[in-house]
Design a protein around this ligand. Sequence first.
Ligand code: DAH
Length: 342
Amino acid sequence: MSAIDSLNAIREDALNELAKRSTLDELEQLRASLLGKSGSLTAILRTMGKMAPEERAAVGAEANRVKQALEAAIAERREVLKQAEMQARFDAERIDVTAPGTDKLPTGRIHPMTQTYREIRDALVGMGFQIYGGPEIELDDNNFTLLNLPKDHPARDMQDTFYINENVVLRTHTSPCEIRALKNIKPPFRLIMPGRVFRVDEVDASHSPVFMQIEGFIVDKGLTLGDLKGTLDTFIHAVFGEDVKTRLRPSYFPFTEPSAEMDMSCTICGGKGCRVCKGTGWIEILGCGVTNPHELENCGFDPKEWTALAFGIGVDRVASLKHAISDIRLEYENDARFLKQF
Ligand code: DAH
């Protein structure tokens, strides 16, 4: 076969082969086998030295054409393969952003304090109470004076107070909401008034300078202590179950007369006596009473005509009892390991 024929054969063969190469690696191998140092085209070029000058010119020219044609064809094929490889990668890496996830996403949950608040609220709302409230920064008048705790009244010491100034405090309880209700709403009414309250207290297992209370306030004509006991029993049973026992124990609050504290049979030991109830079988759960006539008078009501019943509950206390939480700090620190359990 003449050199020219060989060159044509190489070209034809190479163009055929080119179409069969489907990866850039394969294409590179083919290029080396044609145009590389030991490639077939290179081999022919090497024989040119021994050729007669005319033949050499003709073969040289043809060899150049074949070389250029092959280079062009290889370059073209390389582009096609590059595109194809890129497309393959896109296809492999394609993600469907609308597909549903396979991992379980961690979900948040309702804080035990909020759960407890909602249980108390729902029980009382179910009994016809409406929700009312007042500000956390409160007038000294509303927090104390109008609640029958004038300045210098010794009972003010029962609640260590954060003073903003002489006349303004961080409310120490939700009872000032009673004053706001009396001044703003026409009785008869039944209200619960939830919110944060503040006291100067060192943080320990049973004290927090911020905690949550719910005030209950019923104003109507002809109410008795029996109405209060019935109301409290009903809602305590709704929150803690029918089995718990309750009792009213005489107490003192300046804004009620008579005043009482309600105890509940200990949920930890069932009333037999344990560390939590200090061996008594009873746990104090709220303060309550018949609103002192002075408070009604202070707000423009005739205590001979109207009677008010009031109670105040600590939500953290109820949550502790419901869930046997021994340290109040857990309820305010938001440690996920604790919160996960509810
Ligand atoms: N305000 C009282 C406190 O924080 C709790 C309380 C007691 C509220 C008796 C009342 C009540 O409405 O009648 O210690």
